[in-house]
Design a binder for this molecule. Sequence first.
Ligand code: S3P
Length: 455
Amino acid sequence: MDVCLYMSAPVKSAIAKPSKTLKGTVTAPGDKSISHRSIIFGAMAEGITEVTGLLRGEDILSTVRAMQAFGAEITEDENGKWQIEGVGANGFASPTGDVDCGNAGTGVRLIMGAAAGYAMTARFTGDASLSVRPMNRILDPLREMGVSADARTTEAGEPGRLPVTLKSNGALRPVEYRPPHASAQVKSAILLAGLNAQGTTTVIEPIATRDHTENMLRAFGVPVDNRSIANAAHISITGPAKLKATKIKVPGDPSSAAFPIIAALITPGSDIIVENVMMNPTRTGLFDTLNDMGAFLRADNFRKSGGETIADIHVKHSRLIGVTVPEDRAASMIDEYPVLAVAAAFATGKTIMNGIGELRVKESDRIAATAALLKANGVTVHETQDGMTVTGGEGKPPLGGGTVTTHHDHRIAMSALVLGLACQNPVKIDDASMIATSFPTFFDLMASLGAHIER
Ligand code: S3P
């Protein structure tokens, strides 16, 4: 059996200390989901795609290297404008070495979907975290479409893990597929494979997930049909379909904006503005939840950027009240639960978060990691298989003083540091290196607001 080897990034601890008021205006970094897609779609297209505002995070750089390995020419100029010369009619070539997708679940799953449509063979690997995440959720439908996929089974008997070797003859069958989990990554992998299948590929989605793939395919000239049948969206593309190069301006990431926003909500006296935040309704569940909790959160200056609506968000320190988060909101805030749980620790009463079992298969088991990060800092948390309940401190900030294990998870690392800004004592994390996967400017941006975080 294949043994999974990986190199760990150097461990760099960090500590967040109780901070005075946070003040100022910052700009949200480029959206991670849209950044991955712009590189992958550009690599598949005919012609030269230009991308501005791309997130320069490690995850995206892994995707850039992967697309170069499949034959796309990708360069960045001194002004941060990226040019991608896609493979077009030539299709993806078989890479000469392993395709290392680092920490990026979105990267590896979308790239496997895209690659499946071409006659090629490729072996995909990832870091410690990515190597234990489930891949059969995309490999099963890809196999149905005619791809051969050989994946590792862990010692605990869990199948479908990296390394994965994909072999395709480039002649795929279209499928109609209803994913068992609400997942934009699964939807996107199938639609990308479907681009090179003969006929109509449909993904059936009872709960809407982020729709960036559909929006961006249209921007690349591919018609995408979306019709509601029996309370489920049927999202279809008809292959073979060609992507035509375009220009993309990446809007700011609401999932990254969540960290300074919640830092300001819990740090007394704070008053900040986060500019350039994408307001796509498939991504704004956290803002709805914070509004329900009584947060001062005002979005204004709505405008269009790269086909998405963006706005500037004004946030002030607020007295929060605990809420029950509606389960059908989970998909629109799936990455924000760890930092929402931090906000909940400062609320009056309980915040109940259920229907979030998917968090157990993210960059870490985020239910367990979030509960542990809060407990280590004196917060009461009750964990269940598919949820957690946080009991707030009735106006008194949590004790803090704990050291948090981040499990190679950028969002656990940033959530813990945000917690430390408003606890009674500093909060330490064991490893800050993964923050660069999604938010390389996190430390500078937080420092510019007055946050006291040391590495
Ligand atoms: C993403 C989809 C979500 C999310 C991830 C980005 C995407 O994952 O957690 O960070 O860009 O499609 P799932 O599709 O697995 O829910």
